[in-house]
Write a protein that binds this ligand. Structure first.
Ligand SMILES: NC(=O)c1ccc[n+]([C@@H]2O[C@H](COP(=O)([O-])OP(=O)(O)OC[C@H]3O[C@@H](n4cnc5c(N)ncnc54)[C@H](O)[C@@H]3O)[C@@H](O)[C@H]2O)c1
Ligand SMILES: [Zn+2]
Length: 366
């Protein structure tokens, strides 16, 4: 990663809103929030890990009298209609009206849930994303998808609701547990693989030291480039008919592996495995340049991410789970693969036998 990345704040436009990236930005968030989403009152929604670390800084910057902090327990298990009901009831009880801006301070769980609260509260009020995980900074906070999980699957109830601004301060990553930092890196590797070979190369070079100093220039440069890639794809295709499908590289098999693991694997861990397997699938189908698999596998491993399916998972069940994926069109599974590092090819269909072979050959034996 180049260490020359701007020290200052950079704003990447995503149509109607900007993603602001800058070290120490959290302390200047109030300025951006007041400009992008001026409100009579502010409701910060966060979780019980993030609120004690950063909640007071945001609340005090905006003014404690105008601002209230709501902290939910941490984790994916909270991204539910029940928690949505609990939060909207709490906002109503506290008298928050239409002239409110919601601030989502946390990882993707908080962002998706608080965004869905904002999308629905009083038929929709403004919100600002303050992502605190790498995954949320480079992926979940950009694109306007909000929602909750149900027992039938993840993200099945939700709405498109664009934030008024996204404010990403890499310095908060210093407190993020390493496993979550690695999981976020999987999406950065994906961005390079589908859209920018030079960026992919810079990530490769910066690993594994990138992981040991998450709040330095290299990480800021990574966040910025990933934000640019995601923003440009989302801008071209907000509702996922065309180029946005490229972002699904690694995700068809990745999601299936994630759900078959009973969500014991983190999303980024499952996607890391998915990228290796879908590169292999691409090579077998003649879509991906020969010799790409070892490079992807090596990058994933250097990021401390798994590159094969855990041994207790069953290949046939994973294959079946790909059909339950929201992205399966009328039961036909379409893969977003890569032609080579830096170039994606979406809409690829694969025979079951080939997928099964790839799954079986890439399952851990011990
Ligand atoms: N809307 C989208 O387009 C989109 C895209 C990708 C993922 N997502 C969603 O994002 C969610 C996953 O997000 P995530 O990986 O950020 O998980 P998360 O929100 O659960 O955060 C991971 C953990 O890190 C803690 N944490 C967050 N920031 C911290 C910090 N700075 N310091 C210390 N601890 C911190 C959290 O409390 C949590 O325990 C999933 O629900 C997924 O569906 C949404
Ligand atoms: Zn993902």
């Amino acid at each position: 990663m180049s260490a020359t990345a701007a020290q200052s704040i950079v704003a990447v436009p995503v149509g109607s809103y900007d993603v602001h990236v800058g070290t120490g930005l959290l302390d200047r968030a109030a300025e951006i929030i007041r400009t992008a989403a001026p409100a009579h009152r502010y409701a910060i929604i966060s979780d019980e890990n993030v609120a004690p670390l950063y909640g007071a800084r945001v609340r005090d910057a905006l003014g404690a009298a105008q601002t209230e902090l709501f902290a939910i327990p941490a984790g994916e298990s909270q991204k539910t209609r029940e928690q949505w009901a609990h939060l909207t009831d709490a906002l109503l009880a506290a008298g928050f009206g239409r002239d409110t801006t919601i601030l989502a301070l946390g990882g993707g769980v908080v962002g998706d849930l608080a965004g869905f609260v904002a999308a629905t509260y009083m038929r929709g009020i403004p919100f600002v994303q303050l992502p605190t995980t790498l995954l949320a900074m480079i992926d979940a906070s950009i694109g306007g998808k909000t929602g909750v999980d149900t027992s039938a699957g993840k993200n099945l109830v939700g709405a498109f609701h664009r934030p008024r601004a996204v404010i990403a301060d890499p310095s908060v990553l210093s407190t993020l547990p390493a496993m979550h930092l690695r999981a976020g890196l999987a999406e950065a590797i994906k961005h390079g693989a589908i859209a920018d070979a030079a960026y992919y190369g810079r990530i490769e070079e910066a690993l594994p030291s990138l992981l040991s100093k998450p709040d330095d220039d290299s990480m800021r440069a990574l966040i910025l480039r990933s934000v640019e890639i995601k923003a440009s794809i989302v801008l071209q295709d907000e509702r996922e008919g065309g180029i946005r499908r490229n972002l699904n590289f690694g995700h068809t098999l990745g999601h299936a592996i994630e759900s078959e693991s009973g969500y014991r694997l983190l999303h980024g861990e499952a996607i890391a495995i998915g990228m290796v397997l879908e590169t292999e699938l691409g090579e077998q189908l003649g879509v991906t340049a020969r010799g790409t698999v070892p490079r992807v596998r090596d990058t994933v491993r250097r990021a401390g991410l798994p590159s094969a399916i855990p041994k207790h998972l069953d290949a046939k069940r994973i294959l079946a789970a790909t059909r339950g994926d929201k992205k399966a069109r009328e039961g036909v599974v379409e893969y977003a693969l890569i032609a080579e590092i830096g170039r994606a090819v979406a809409g690829v269909r694969a025979p079951d036998e080939t997928v099964l072979e790839v799954l079986t050959q890439n399952t851990d034996t011990q």
